[in-house]
Write a protein that binds this ligand. Sequence first.
Ligand SMILES: Cc1cc2nc3c(=O)[nH]c(=O)nc-3n(C[C@H](O)[C@H](O)[C@H](O)COP(=O)(O)O)c2cc1C
Length: 183
Amino acid sequence: MASIIVIYHSGFGHTKHQAERVHAGVASVAGVSATLLTSDEAIAQMDSLAAADAIIFGCPTYMGGPSAQFKKFIDATGGVWMKQGWADKIAAGFTNSGGLSGDKQTTLSYLATFAAQHSMVWVSLGQMTAGQSAEDVNRLGAYTGAMAQSAHGSSAPSSGDLRTAELLGQRVARATLRWVKGK
Ligand SMILES: Cc1cc2nc3c(=O)[nH]c(=O)nc-3n(C[C@H](O)[C@H](O)[C@H](O)COP(=O)(O)O)c2cc1C
């Protein structure tokens, strides 16, 4: 059994929808246990994170980068980083923001850099862009991780963005199973 934790921050609930679909994607793969934590919960459960085979990071893009609340979690991992306690765990990331671009790539790039600082193994999205309509997978054209866009005041990202989130979760789960098997 591989253990995968999805950690997210969501200020107003939009990114929470995306995180829940990433979690659902992970949970849909046999042989994997999936846990969903807010970044504040994660800070209080560093021991559970140490036991995980993979961690998926997600947050809204605020001011062209990760939200400060998620950065608080990131900075709380300094002690783990000192000991390289997450080395060789699988990692992946997702972000949601109001603009079609909104500089979401900066956030994904940052999350990948964060994972690299921990010597984690980054898993990309692995989905071609199916089209630009709301129901299309990877309509925003990201490859580093999963992107979603929520117009101001809307309750959730589009169906295609949520499906993209689910596919990221499935890909990470399958990659983790292969990784754990080869240990
Ligand atoms: C402080 C702040 C900064 C923001 N900066 C950006 C930004 O740089 N790019 C963008 O597209 N949207 C930006 N937004 C919009 C949010 O990304 C968008 O509303 C998102 O859906 C919020 O997700 P959440 O409900 O999970 O917090 C910003 C919102 C806030 C509150």
